[in-house]
Design a protein around this ligand. Structure first.
Ligand SMILES: Cc1cc2nc3c(=O)[nH]c(=O)nc-3n(C[C@H](O)[C@H](O)[C@H](O)COP(=O)(O)OP(=O)(O)OC[C@H]3O[C@@H](n4cnc5c(N)ncnc54)[C@H](O)[C@@H]3O)c2cc1C
Length: 681
């Protein structure tokens, strides 16, 4: 997916890409390889006619009357086709001057004049003249500045430049990902498509993660440029600086790696994209200053605030939702949960009568109004995914019996899926369920007798019920013979043994099932449907009021930077973590906006977990490192104890994030196969 989210911008991006592809820009750049003075006038003339570089200039001044975000969408599309002719410099200059033109722009004192070789007018910081030259990027002609370096730093100029260059980097990165994936689908080695090799699949999945991060950061910087808060734009531009340019270079290198020898040829276009990516990174300058600024801003309390524009669709429903939220807030804390359940505000996306079958707008308005009124929703934990399965596939009796008491917190659930021999490969599970018929059962019961061992079962020690997968047909193929049971955890034959975790606490368990009887009424759907059920859930229909808030661990490292004098290297690392955590939040915001625009979740929601895990693990590890050798003498390890001990606890505990609920490797397999369409291993 590109920077564009709204229908108009998606359409703009699509038509510009097509038009840009028809202009033969790459061929022109190849022909001009040995011509340092090439100006690519034909391409420029076509671009000028379409007004591509003056989209954000007011119509009254001869521009397109669009936003900086529109301009970014256009530049991303043109960079995807690697259009030469100096569109970036022209677009930056047009925004800075408010007049359309073919500009070259000097962004940093003593720095190169961007697109100075193709420009009709140079916007210099240092005065003097420009000296055009060929360079690394064969599709551009930048220029050295001949003026005497001054010290003038123009923050607005730098921000416009970084914002639009970030959009170009998103287009470059997207082409590289698409090219690598297309090749991996068709190229065969060892008798197989190379995309079926996990090393290639995971490389492509990691490229996807990077591309989505680059796209989100570029989108946010451009959207902020249209806002009215310079501090927010400064923050977003620095996030883009840290994420987009290294990201595009990484993806371009990955593309060449996937292509193999053909990717190393001059003939293939991949190196032209790598050159553009390197060139953009060099032009914006080292990221150290951006990281330092970001850390300083975070220490000063700046966070990205992203307002989701509901386009007026909320106006009719908001007063009633607000009144309900206020009424809940006015209740004593112990009565609020019942009120949340009663009103459907606890799970508004669930079907009635347990939820409100709420559309995305209503869900977000409820989120917003509950937050405004200061009402926290209780975490449903495992019931949060057990109940949607019951709602979607269970009987009316099962819904009536389990859903409301679980929402009320009267029933606690655990998940009896993993086994000692079956973790990622859950379909290989060995726990057996044998049919019990009234005619042969001494007690005359009809149902199933379950025996086996489950492991890593969170909260089993206090759970009332468990969702359990067991094999009911040993002769069927592994995925077909599994059934989904609701198991009363107080049944005879169940033994729960706690397991100590990495932190020393015992939060998960082994569960032994020895001829545990489960009546027919506690089977969800039909016997043999278990695998399908385990994979489907209503949970992904939830639309959250996403924000770009920082995570707990990132807030923690910012707090450490607030309390203590840190070195440049440490502050730099904090800046990078602030950027990554902000981007993770932005991926959620983009998912929400897509839902509001009537689209299903895009790739960003799938990669959000992968990037979110990386962010939380890396930032908690950084907090640990910032504690220095204090961790060697910290005494008792308590999660809520002394700050050093709490940091250690968090760094150890976050290791589970890349294992529980699907390991990082399994999620990359899924991203590679289901999102990118690569062949199965
Ligand atoms: C804190 C925590 C809480 C948990 N709570 C529950 C719970 O309540 N209920 C429950 O049922 N389970 C629970 N689990 C279990 C969790 O779902 C499994 O740990 C997870 O699915 C991985 O299975 P495994 O541990 O057997 O590792 P394995 O599947 O054996 O994996 C070991 C390593 O091999 C890699 N690997 C495996 N297969 C592949 C492949 N095809 N390609 C590439 N790499 C592969 C994995 O990525 C991993 O790095 C919990 C786990 C943790 C850590």
């Amino acid at each position: 997916m590109s920077i564009a989210i709204s229908d108009e911008q998606v359409e703009l991006a699509g038509s510009l890409r097509k038009r840009a592809a028809s202009l033969g820009g790459i061929e022109a750049a190849r022909e001009a390889e040995h011509d340092p003075g090439a100006t690519f006038d034909e391409v420029w003339a076509a671009a000028e006619e379409m007004g591509i570089a003056a989209i954000a200039v007011p119509e009254s001044a001869g521009g397109g009357g669009g936003t900086v975000l529109d301009q970014a969408v256009a530049l991303e599309a043109c960079a995807h086709e690697l259009l030469p002719g100096g569109l970036l410099g022209a677009a930056i200059g047009s925004i800075l001057t408010g007049r359309p033109g073919r500009y070259g722009v000097q962004v940093h004192p003593a720095g190169v004049v961007w697109d100075g070789g193709t420009a009709a007018e140079a916007l210099l910081l240092d005065g003097g003249d420009v000296s055009p030259s060929a360079g690394l990027d064969l599709t551009a002609r930048h220029a050295a500045a001949t003026g005497v370096p001054g010290s003038a730093v123009d923050d607005r100029r730098r921000r416009v430049a970084v914002t639009l260059a970030a959009a170009e980097s998103a287009g470059v990165a997207r082409w590289c990902l698409e090219t690598a994936v297309e090749y991996a689908k068709v190229r065969e080695q060892f008798g197989k498509k190379i995309g079926s090799f996990q090393a290639i699949k995971h490389l492509c999945a990691e490229m996807l993660e990077t591309v989505e991060a680059v796209t989100a950061a570029a989108w946010d910087a451009a959207a902020c440029a249209d806002g009215e808060d310079p501090a927010q734009w400064a923050f977003a531009a620095d996030v883009a600086h840290l994420i987009c340019f290294d990201g595009a270079v990484e993806v371009a290198k990955g593309c060449i790696q996937v292509l193999g020898g053909i990717g190393f040829t001059f003939e293939h276009d991949a190196h032209l994209y790598l050159r553009r990516a390197h060139s953009l990174r060099a032009l914006v300058g080292p990221s150290d200053a951006a990281a330092e600024r970001l850390t300083a801003a975070a220490v000063a309390g700046v966070r990205r605030r992203v307002d989701v524009d509901l386009g007026g669709r909320d106006e009719a429903i908001r007063p009633e939702v607000a009144a309900t939220a206020d009424a809940i807030a006015a209740l004593p804390p112990e009565e609020r949960r019942a009120a949340l359940v009663e009103t459907g505000f606890l799970t508004p996306h669930w079907p009635k009568p347990y939820g409100l079958a709420a559309d995305p707008t209503l869900q977000i308005v409820i989120d917003q109004e509950l937050a405004r009124a200061g009402v926290d929703r209780p975490d449903l934990v495992i019931a949060g995914w057990a109940l949607p399965t019951i709602l979607a596939h269970g009987t009316e009796e099962q819904c009536a019996r389990f859903v409301r008491p679980s929402l009320m917190g009267e029933l606690v659930w655990c998940q009896l899926f993993s086994e000692p021999g079956s973790g990622s490969d859950l379909a290989s599970l060995r726990t057996k369920a044998i049919r019990v018929e009234p005619a042969t059962d001494p007690a005359g019961r009809a149902g199933w007798s379950i025996s086996g061992q489950k492991v890593w079962t969170s909260v089993a020690e206090r759970a009332d019920w468990g969702i359990c997968l067991a094999r009911t047909d040993p002769d069927a193929p592994p995925h077909k013979g599994i059934t989904y049971f609701l198991v009363d955890m107080r049944s005879p034959g169940i033994e729960v043994r706690p397991l100590r975790e990495i932190t020393g606490e015992a939060l998960f368990n082994e569960v032994f099932l020895d001829a545990v009887f489960v009546p027919d009424e506690n089977v969800v759907a039909a016997p043999g449907d278990g695998w399908r059920l385990a994979r489907t859930t209503l949970a992904n229909e939830r639309v959250a009021m996403a924000s770009a808030r920082l995570t707990k661990s990132v807030e923690r490292i910012v707090q450490i930077a607030t309390e203590r004098e840190l070195g440049a290297v440490e502050r730099n690392r904090i800046g990078h973590q602030v950027a990554l955590a902000t981007v993770c939040g932005l991926l959620g915001v983009r998912t929400t906006l897509r839902a509001l625009a009537g689209h299903g979740p895009g790739a960003e929601s799938s990669v959000a977990k992968l990037l979110g895990v990386r962010s939380r693990q890396d930032s908690s590890e950084l907090a640990l490192q910032l504690q220095g050798d204090g961790i060697a003498v910290l005494g008792e390890l308590e999660r809520d104890g002394d700050p050093v001990a709490a940091d250690v606890w968090e760094a150890l505990n976050t290791r589970c994030l890349s294992i529980a609920g699907g390991t990082t490797q399994i999620l990359r397999n899924v991203a590679g196969e289901r999102i990118l369409g690569l062949p199965r291993s």
